[in-house]
Design a protein around this ligand. Structure first.
Ligand SMILES: Cc1cc2nc3c(=O)[nH]c(=O)nc-3n(C[C@H](O)[C@H](O)[C@H](O)COP(=O)(O)OP(=O)(O)OC[C@H]3O[C@@H](n4cnc5c(N)ncnc54)[C@H](O)[C@@H]3O)c2cc1C
Length: 267
């Protein structure tokens, strides 16, 4: 039997993190972790589960102080229903509607999507294009990591073994506009084949990010520079991405469709 600790506050969670039990795994909504557990994938590496679902400090959305602050335990359903999100970042509500079905939307969290760090995580290109920062915390204190520095390898993050993701912060930039397009195998309830997000600050000043086209969700800086210089955006994008063939799509499909989607989003 794997021991499970259900923390009721951040300090209770930090007390467990401080002890650093062997094979510690954090459990939020469980929609990624429990799938892996059911498949017995990496089960032998789990020595202790820290359940954070009832930690109140990790909930809530606010739009104060020039940034949108989203607690790590915010579910997709909460993102879809939030007035703050609808006002400041409606694209995040729209993409939440495209994640799984109701059961997943009620239980899956933005923090779980970030920390699971799948290249196909649907919120991640949006957070990268929106230049989000992640507030991490643990018994040693808090620190902020930019989204583009957080994803360090395939499903690997900058999160320390004794750290939690506490909050996602998104700078509110007046008159900027975030758009995205997810391409799946069908219109609903599908994992992305490619997903592209663009934050438009001015006609030639954009932030571009994509998922499913590299081992990590990534900022497409060559494409951004090509937009700024009026250059060949599709060719520049090819330098950013390294798509592979897998069960959902071929590398050629991903490359072509990602380029098509990006050009359409740029208008
Ligand atoms: C049927 C189904 C459909 C799905 N469809 C989609 C989809 O369309 N798009 C999509 O992007 N995803 C999809 N997912 C994946 C999943 O629902 C999301 O990634 C979700 O956001 C995960 O959140 P969670 O709270 O359930 O994470 P969990 O499963 O609890 O955790 C995921 C990982 O993150 C870590 N973690 C979680 N929270 C924290 C934290 N605050 N601090 C530190 N570490 C943390 C956990 O240790 C674990 O390693 C689907 C899953 C299922 C089962």
């Amino acid at each position: 039997m794997i021991p499970v600790t259900s923390a009721r506050s951040l300090s209770e969670a930090y007390a467990i993190l401080h002890q650093r039990p062997r094979g510690l795994r954090v459990l939020a909504g469980g929609t990624d972790l429990m799938v892996a557990v059911n498949a017995r994938a990496g089960l032998d590496r789990i020595g202790h589960v820290l359940d954070i679902w009832k930690v109140p400090e990790l909930r809530g959305i606010s739009g104060a102080g020039g940034s949108l602050r989203i607690g790590a335990l915010t579910t997709y359903t909460e993102l879809m229903r939030s007035r703050e999100i609808a006002t400041h970042l409606p694209a995040l509500a729209l993409v939440s509607r495209e994640v799984g079905a109701w059961a997943i939307q009620n239980r899956g969290t933005i923090g779980g999507n970030v920390c699971n760090a799948s290249p196909a995580g649907d919120t991640l290109p949006l957070l990268l294009a929106a230049e989000a920062t992640f507030l991490l915390g643990g018994p040693r204190g808090e620190r902020t990591v930019a989204a583009h520095e957080f994803f360090v390898g395939y499903r690997k993050t900058a999160l320390g073994a004794d750290e939690l993701l506490l909050r996602v912060d998104i700078p509110l930039i007046e008159k900027s506009h975030l758009v995205y397009r997810k391409v799946g195998t069908r219109k609903a309830q599908s994992i992305s084949r490619t997903i592209v997000a663009v934050r438009k600050l001015a006609p030639r000043d954009v932030r571009i990010a994509a998922g499913c086209v590299a081992p990590i969700p990534l900022r497409c800086r060559n494409a951004e520079k090509a937009v700024a210089a009026g250059g060949d955006v599709r060719a520049a994008l090819e330098q950013d991405i390294t798509p592979i063939d897998d069960v959902r799509a071929t590398a050629v499909y991903r490359s072509r469709v990602t380029g098509n989607v990006l050009l359409r989003l740029l208008g």
